[in-house]
Design a protein around this ligand. Structure first.
Ligand code: HMG
Ligand code: MG
Length: 339
């Protein structure tokens, strides 16, 4: 039977790097995006137009997106490659438009990005900490932003944070998550990514949450964004996908964390997610198609092309970990490179 497609949104260059204390060279950020695309990822979150006082690491987003390397990449994959960027407010959208309007943009050249990602919180405490707004203030500012982005032909994605727990308030009501999700879809977001910002989720908690959210929103419009603080990230991803979620956010080498979510670790690793899904009857688009109906990963030993593609992905995780001077956060990536 045909394998179900699961879309992977790589958030490493944004969620993964936004929390790094050391100032990272722009060249590293550009190379990371380039290598991720080269390994087959097609939805790569490239940065954010947030206040540099709040998240200094993302201050170079315009510079990253001005890179001739990335512009060439984007034009090489005209319909496939998406490099979404986070926008927190109208000011952020203006900065993005300034970039899109500035040289070397020509009529023939595609805009470097055609997608924005908005973000709101399911708890008041996190809304205040992350955006300095209440939930209703943050939602109220979005319709004109969405309208302007769509007016320029851009796609609009949205995140809801702290869907399974808040660092300041603890338990978060699934009904509240459902309400905010519905509002974002009604406003015109094509997809809402449910963020377990502090990574407390388990398969059981995700199932309960999705039961609540799908009373208000179709499962096809949801994505799972699992931080892996408690080591349940891959299990959560598998359960969400089994329940019908079509899109999963992950980060290479499990990089990441939100500066306003103390103690939370990075996202579930892209390598681990690809390994688990590709061995469980799903296709992520990153590895060549299975030629037989077997689900076993061991068959990679025979299917050299699939193994090579996975190792290529794993090499990106190894490379970026070395550049950042931290251990490789992907178990599957480490294992594959030890073989
Ligand atoms: P504020 O301090 O209330 O805003 O912050 P303000 O309007 O008073 O502005 C303060 C200064 O920032 C001013 O500069 C503004 O001009 C400037 P000054 O006059 O002092 O020189 N400013 C900006 N500069 C650049 N770009 C902008 C911008 N806006 C204002 N867009 C604000 C409010 C929303 C700006 C702030 O709270 C902010 O930037 N928050 C973003 C925080 C963030 O990026 N968090 C991480 C991303 S979300 C996440 O990681 C969760 C996710 O992964 C899902 C999950 O895991 O749950 C998506
Ligand atoms: Mg996140």
């Amino acid at each position: 039977s045909a394998r179900r497609q699961v879309k992977i949104v790589e958030v490493g260059p944004r969620d993964g790097l936004q929390n790094e204390k050391q100032t990272l060279p722009t060249e590293l950020k550009i190379s990371l995006i380039e290598k991720l695309v080269d390994a087959g990822l097609r939805d790569v979150e490239a940065g954010s137009f947030v206040s540099p006082k709040w998240v200094p690491q993302m201050a170079s987003t315009s510079e990253v997106l001005s890179s001739p390397i990335l512009r060439t990449l984007r034009n090489r994959h005209p319909t496939l490659l998406s490099l979404p960027v986070l926008v927190p407010n109208a000011r952020g959208l203006q900065s993005l438009f300034t970039l899109l309007d500035s040289p070397p943009h020509s009529d023939e050249e595609l805009p470097i990005t055609s997608e924005i990602a908005l973000f709101v919180s399911a708890s008041e405490g996190f809304a205040k900490a992350n955006l300095n707004m209440s939930i209703s203030q943050s939602l109220a500012q979005l319709p004109p932003i969405i309208e302007q982005a769509k007016g320029r032909g851009m796609a609009v994605r949205a995140y809801v944070s702290v869907v399974l727990g808040c660092p300041f308030e603890g338990r978060v009501d699934g009904k509240q998550v459902a309400e905010v999700t519905k509002e974002l879809l009604d406003m015109g977001a094509y997809e809402v990514s449910l963020g377990d910002t502090i990574g407390v989720g388990t398969p059981g908690l995700w199932e309960e949450l999705l039961g609540e959210v799908t009373k208000k929103a179709p499962i096809e419009k949801l994505a799972a964004h699992c931080h892996d603080t408690y080591g349940t990230g891959v299990a959560n991803v598998l359960r969400c996908v089994e329940l019908g979620i079509p899109t999963v956010d992950s980060s290479i080498s499990a990089l990441g964390g939100c500066p306003y979510s103390p103690g939370a670790t990075g996202n579930v690793s892209t390598e681990d997610v690809v390994y688990a899904l590709e061995s469980s009857g799903y296709s992520t688009g990153l590895l060549p198609a299975h030629t037989d109906s077997s689900k076993r990963w061991d068959d990679l030993a025979e299917a050299g092309e699939r193994r090579d593609a996975f190792e290529k992905l794993a090499e990106v995780g190894k490379w970026v970990s070395q550049r950042l001077g931290r251990p490789n956060g992907s178990r599957a990536g480490q294992a594959a490179l030890k073989r």
